[in-house]
Design a binder for this molecule. Sequence first.
Ligand code: FES
Length: 368
Amino acid sequence: MMANKGSKQTSVLEPPLAMLAELTHRCPLQCPYCSNPIALAPRSDELEAWEWADVFGQAASLGVLQVHLSGGEPTARKDLSAIISAANEAGIYTNLITSGVLLTRLRLEEYRGAGLDHVQISFQDSDAANADRIGNYANGHQRKLEAARLVRALGLPLTVNAVVHRQNLDHLPQIIAMAHALDAQRLEIANVQYYGWALKNRELLMPTRDQVEQATTAATAAVEEYRGRMAIDYVVPDYYARRPKRCMDGWGSQYFAVTPRGRVLPCHAAESITGMEFSSVRDRPLEWIWQNDPAFNRFRGTGWMPEPCRSCSFKEKDLGGCRCQAFALTGDAAATDPVCEFSPRHQELTSLLEPGPDEVASNYVYRH
Ligand code: FES
């Protein structure tokens, strides 16, 4: 425990609860909203399994209870079982976040034998043709369905993750039904966040107000309908909200991400903020980074906030919203999140919400 040096208030720095381990940037899909950085880490730079084992040991000592094994596509790593096993030995709950397209029964059995606790599979849509078009991967949707069934057949808990946007939001009722038919315990309906690659496709991905209203009605009804059988997480997309969300539950508050080459980030998208520097587990102990790294302390607490946030009664609730979004929209990561109706830049954001022409999906700029 230590004083939070990023805030002028006297507060106590809590230990992190969860970490995102980005094992690789390699991925067979090419989603037009990929949240990985524009410049990807080459395979030769990726942390080795023994380095991940060391990171998990340090993370557990810091207080981390849960690791999300992600990427890119984490199953692209041939040593994934060893990595799962290391997290398991450190006493950390393991959640594999995967597209599912490379999963086979043999591999999943191996992961389960290594101690895997939970699987999350991302879906691009409930409609196979549209899903395969969005991910630019032939027959990917069918493979995902098979992978999800395998997960449940092997007795592992399943979360379905659906990233929603203009090109699939009309199918939300079918996506919810699909998740339930797959016997998912949880469905995460995640709206595209517009930084990194998604900015290149914002016009194609930005939903219309009608779509958002209908989706919100469908999701609200489904939460009640499936209560006790399948948990559903849904929030109104940022650009259509009046107040920003409490992104990352607060910068450097409960969570950190480790990139394939070992950089430790307060948020998985933090590298989209140019000019910020991040320490690496190859150079510094994790505990030092969590407590002292300037990048972590930069937006901790409320002391960094400009007006109108500083004197806003919501500041403890939303902790200033999303720094990556503020940077993407204003070029200043310390600016008030323009999603907030009190932001002086809020009008610029609402001008982006006019429905654009119905462009064809072949106009996506695919991640490659
Ligand atoms: Fe980085 Fe919100 S996505 S702070």
